[in-house]
Write a protein that binds this ligand. Sequence first.
Ligand code: ZN
Length: 270
Amino acid sequence: MSGDRAFSHVERLVSFGPRPPASPGIKKAQQYITDVLRRLSLEVEHQNFLASTPNGNLPMKNIMGRSPVEKGKVVILASHYDTHLMTNGVFVGANDGGSSVGLLLELARVLSRRKLSFSVWFVFFDGEEAQRAWSRTDSLYGSRYFVERLRARGQTGRIKAMILMDMVGDKDLVLENDLNSTPWLMGLVRDSATELGFGQHLSGNPMAVQDDHIPFTEVGIPAVDLIDFKFGPNNRYWHTPQDTLDKVSPRSMERVGQIVLRTLDKLSAR
Ligand SMILES: [Zn+2]
């Protein structure tokens, strides 16, 4: 698990510029994610859909990488890869949208060499961010569509757990104690962090986070969100043009990656 490798993916993503849905930048990101997954010999599925948003119908694309050889149960590792739409400035989303994608690509590399008792799907959601103002209908476009398709295919029962990563690159890493995550799964994550000596990265204050794990918990799939919602001093960099590469820490990404790997070991032993 290398924070530097994860960081190099973030560098590439940021070089594509802003990546809101249906933008030139997100098309480059889609190609990049697809290429990296294919180089790891994963099968890549593009889930294309038209999202009805306050800014009209937008073409969106979830990307999924998985091993050609599948075992029964599935653990989903996920992140959104779109960036916040900013009309009055340049937003490149190094941390918000970038860091978790870089980490997920690095986890795909590490896990392609590991044996677990279940399959892992690497899922990259489009359209997590609101187009205008966050609401139930204006947010989480990709994850809502993904879960809708899972249900339509009768596959929700195959999913053992879903682990979401978002905003994992802050230098001052504090992972939220999210009340919307499934308690036993959050317990595994927090135990893993503590065992690794990363207890200082766990927030003591409970907080309910709205993120791509919500559509999963709503259909009864255990899901957890690893997110540091307070980005920079007084959350100063969140959804601002200051969300740039220099704010992203390879070490923070590496530690979150280690927590995820240990959580997978615990899930594998259950
Ligand atoms: Zn965001």
